[in-house]
Design a protein around this ligand. Structure first.
Ligand code: CA
Length: 232
């Protein structure tokens, strides 16, 4: 049995059964909750390693559930939402969710998201908090000296490109929304900032990615934001 414990929050029985059957088949341990209040209570008592959280719940809104849990816990939260709830998904990420799955999703997608989260948790535990140097694949960032290296060679980045790279690396594995990124980098989040973000991201990718059209390090989430992927 995996020691990894998952809290499944979903009021829709067929979806909940699909998830729990998958978890059982892959020897994950889990508990379930069918509404938002239960989710908050179970998080406190069951102490899960990750939460799969449906956003459309019968009592309190999933985004509110995230806010309550985030008041005391950093447990990774993967939200599950319907395609019509794109704005909710963005609100959920801004409220502190780590990742998302869109209904209908496949068993493979669910397992892939869990593996990403597991890797991220393992990385966080082995790193033991803030590290002065970040390493991911051929990318190395020395935060103390403010330099980034790719394949052992120093990258020539503008201050904004470097800031973006640091922000993504410090949240590697997590989807960051346009709003979160622009507020972190520019301190504001106007339409213009999001336009500028796209431009800076394109120039950063030209320097970082071997094939900017099929990026290895920075993934685009259309209409949502970006994520730095962990490279094996
Ligand atoms: Ca639901």
């Amino acid at each position: 049995m995996s020691k990894f414990q998952i809290l499944v929050v979903e009021d829709d029985a067929p979806v909940r059964n699909l998830i729990t059957t998958t978890l059982k088949a892959h020897t994950y341990r889990f508990a379930t909750a069918i509404n938002g209040n239960d989710a908050v209570m179970e998080t406190a008592s069951y102490n899960p390693d990750v939460i799969l959280l449906d956003l459309g719940l019968p009592d309190i809104d999933g985004v509110e559930v995230i806010r309550r849990i985030r008041s005391w816990s950093n447990v990774p939260i993967i939200v599950i939402s319907a395609r019509s709830e794109d704005n909710d998904k963005i609100d959920a990420l801004d409220a502190g969710a780590d990742d998302y799955l869109t209904k209908p999703f496949s068993v493979e997608e669910l397992l892939a998201r869990l593996r990403v989260t597991q890797r991220r948790l393992a990385q966080m535990q082995s790193a033991g908090g803030n590290q002065p140097v970040f390493v991911n694949g051929q990318l190395r960032i020395d935060y103390a000296s403010g330099c980034a290296y790719l394949n052992g060679e120093e990258m020539h980045l503008t201050p904004i490109e470097y800031k973006l790279l640091c922000l993504l690396s410090q949240n590697a594995g997590k989807v960051l929304t346009h709003k979160f990124i622009t507020q972190s980098v520019w301190g504001s989040s106007w339409e213009n900032d999001i336009g500028s973000l796209r431009v800076f991201m394109a120039t950063l990718r030209k320097k970082l990615e071997k094939v900017p059209g099929s990026p290895q390090y920075i993934q685009t989430h259309i209409g949502i934001g970006y994520r730095m992927l962990r490279i094996e």
